[in-house]
Design a protein around this ligand. Structure first.
Ligand code: DOR
Ligand code: ZN
Ligand code: ZN
Length: 431
């Protein structure tokens, strides 16, 4: 039986209003107790390994609602195991893989197969099922069946269900099944071959641009349809100032709409793209400074609920191509906490408990899992981090197969030291 007494750490557990130095005893996969002091001689602590967390923070493990694990079908980019190991290193204890694999995760059997593949993974893997067969936008999948099989949401991520009637039918069925819908907002008829944000940088590099309306039109459509269907809607990777305005409007109407921002969209704007290089290419693209500022404010003001990564690994060969040829996507699992801490906490947009809400407590609520909470009796998924550790991001140290990040060489603060899943250590930093 694994038993750990984590002493003198700064416990940041916003679900329980705790933000102070406290000891925490975990045993048999659960939090046994938290207190200002738990003695090593406490009868409950007998036999526990003592971990000194003085000067460190202890937080509930992060829940990343949006990752791409590439298995089955694209194992050269990532496998369930390598993606889960990258998550553990990033302090992420639960990941929700998107269904755009080969084959697409579009049936109860495929959901079950993916869960089986993740049996030995070091973190919790909760699949997202596709909305339509093969993500082709025509035949709606067995949503209730996929839920029964263990999927926590449905999404067509990688694209939108462009046929509004079919999407509406899917939302009604999702509402019936009590399944949240994760929306990738991209009006394909407006994309026009774009590869980076439409604007001065696209012109400077001579590249076709992606206008904000590509996202905004579908964000607005999906909110309108979710209202009509009474369905829970979660907007993926919001990148524009107007998508934040639409989400705010939806919330003002009391609709069950939530939304996420990815670290790259609050950290970097398109004017920071230094050259025509595929590592700066993702979908939606890095936007203008105005959009970045609006997203940070929306995170601060509670309009944006969740930070998730859209971890999208690709091979070095694929991503070393120019913007026109490289696939969309960057990795994120091993840098999300550091970017959140550096940009949002040190930047004055969020407190540390505020960041934990966006990375753990809120995403757990979106999919209705009992995580993001370190009260006694809860599952011991937790992270110990050093928020004073400064270092330079070095993609060659990533355990993900994907090394594709525009943040290589960036100085950040905040290092994950240890990650626990179900009360067991799944990652320990050795430098
Ligand atoms: O950048 C992205 N990559 N955006 C997506 O929507 C899909 C993802 C992928 O699967 O590579
Ligand atoms: Zn997407
Ligand atoms: Zn994605």
């Amino acid at each position: 039986m694994d038993k750990y007494l984590i002493k003198n750490g700064h416990l940041t557990d916003p679900a329980n209003g705790i933000n102070e130095v406290m000891d925490i005893l975990i045993s048999d996969g659960k939090v046994l107790k938290t207190a200002v002091e738990i003695s090593e001689n406490d009868t409950d602590a007998i036999g526990a390994d003592i971990i000194n967390a003085a000067g460190k923070v202890v937080m509930p493990g992060f829940v990343d609602l949006h990752v791409h694990l590439r298995e089955p079908g694209f194992e050269y980019k990532e496998t369930v195991m390598t993606g889960a190991q990258a998550a553990a290193k990033g302090g992420v204890t639960t990941i929700c893989p998107m269904p755009n694999t080969k084959p697409v995760i579009d049936s109860p059997a495929r959901v079950i197969d993916l869960i089986k593949r993740a049996e030995d993974a070091p973190v919790n893997v909760l699949p997202v099922g596709a909305i339509t067969a093969g993500q082709e936008g025509v035949d709606i999948n067995d949503i209730a069946g996929m839920k029964e099989a263990g999927a926590v949401a449905i999404s067509e991520d990688g694209r939108s269900v462009m046929d509004t009637w079919i999407f509406r039918q899917a939302l009604h069925q999702a509402a019936e099944a009590g399944m949240p819908v994760f929306s990738h907002c991209e009006d394909t008829s407006l994309v026009d071959g774009g590869v980076i944000n439409a604007g001065a940088k696209a012109e400077e590099l001579g590249l076709p641009g992606i206008i904000n309306a590509v996202e905004d039109v579908i964000a607005a459509r999906d909110i309108i349809l979710a209202k009509e269907a009474g369905c829970r809607l979660h907007l993926c990777h919001c990148s524009t100032a107007d998508s934040a305005i639409f989400v705010e409007m939806a919330k003002k109407q009391g609709l069950p709409v939530t939304a996420e921002v990815c670290p790259h969209h609050f950290t970097m704007s398109d004017d920071e793209i230094t050259e025509d290089d595929g590592r700066f290419k993702m979908n939606p693209p890095l936007r203008s400074r105005t959009d970045v500022e609006a997203l940070k404010s929306a995170l601060r003001d509670g309009v944006m609920d969740v930070i998730s990564t859209d971890h999208a690994p690709h091979s070095a060969e694929e991503k070393s191509q120019t913007m026109l040829k490289a696939p969309f996507g960057i990795v994120g699992l091993e840098t999300s906490f550091a970017l959140g801490y550096t940009v949002l906490v040190k930047g004055g947009y969020l407190s540390l408990p505020g960041l934990v809400m966006k990375m753990s407590t809120n995403p757990a609520k979106v999919i209705g899992i009992d995580r993001g909470n370190l009260a006694p009796g809860k599952t011991a998924d937790l992270v110990i981090a050093d928020i004073n550790s400064e270092y330079v991001i070095d993609s060659s140290t990533f355990v993900s197969k994907g090394k594709n990040t525009p943040f290589d060489g960036m100085k950040v603060t905040g290092k994950i030291e240890k990650t626990f899943v179900n009360g067991k250590i799944v990652y320990s930093c050795n430098n």
